[in-house]
Design a protein around this ligand. Sequence first.
Ligand code: HQG
Length: 185
Amino acid sequence: MKKRQNDIELGKFISLILRHKPEVIGITLDENGWADTQQLLSGINASGRYIDLPILERIVRENNKKRYSFNEDKTKIRANQGHSIHVDVEMKEMLPPDELYHGTAERFLESIRKKGILKMNRQYVHLSSDIETARTVGKRHGKPIVLVIDTRKMVEDGYHFWLSDNGVWQSEEIKWEYVKAALAV
Ligand code: HQG
């Protein structure tokens, strides 16, 4: 008997597969992060969960952060950002606004002060364009703190920024000198 999961639970499993561990259902991603849609569906079904194409289409369409995209004919699917495995999802390099926000937890502050904002196990450091979104990101790890990043100075100093298809800014590691403020939000 297959386990019926709601879209949020299925979405979390899909994120695990498409960003971190495709091997959990025995599939691989290509160099641009694409999985074969049929392989994804059969792999998830073989793992004891139920999914079909209409359910997957609904998850892609309704996901609150637009985390996944199909290719044109829906034969392939990938996560728009957030990977720990090394794939090139062809993000656009763009000039950021003068300031962006990184949501973190208070308990990481001391280490961030010393070492800067590191990528940890992701491919990039993730930044938000508004304080509220950054607060929500930070809350996942504990008491939220929002770091205000002087992206204008970073651009002047030669740093690069990319915007994913679902609107998340990403950059390389950020030294503490570029943190203009730490807001207890
Ligand atoms: C912290 C979610 C100690 C960093 C979100 C963060 C995002 C340090 C944590 C996306 C550190 C890593 C990414 C240092 C950084 N010492 N801690 N030197 N440098 N950190 O989950 O940015 O919902 O890998 O501040 O919305 O929290 O999954 O990154 O707190 O866009 O789609 O180490 O994940 O998207 O945590 O979140 P994460 P993140 P999804």
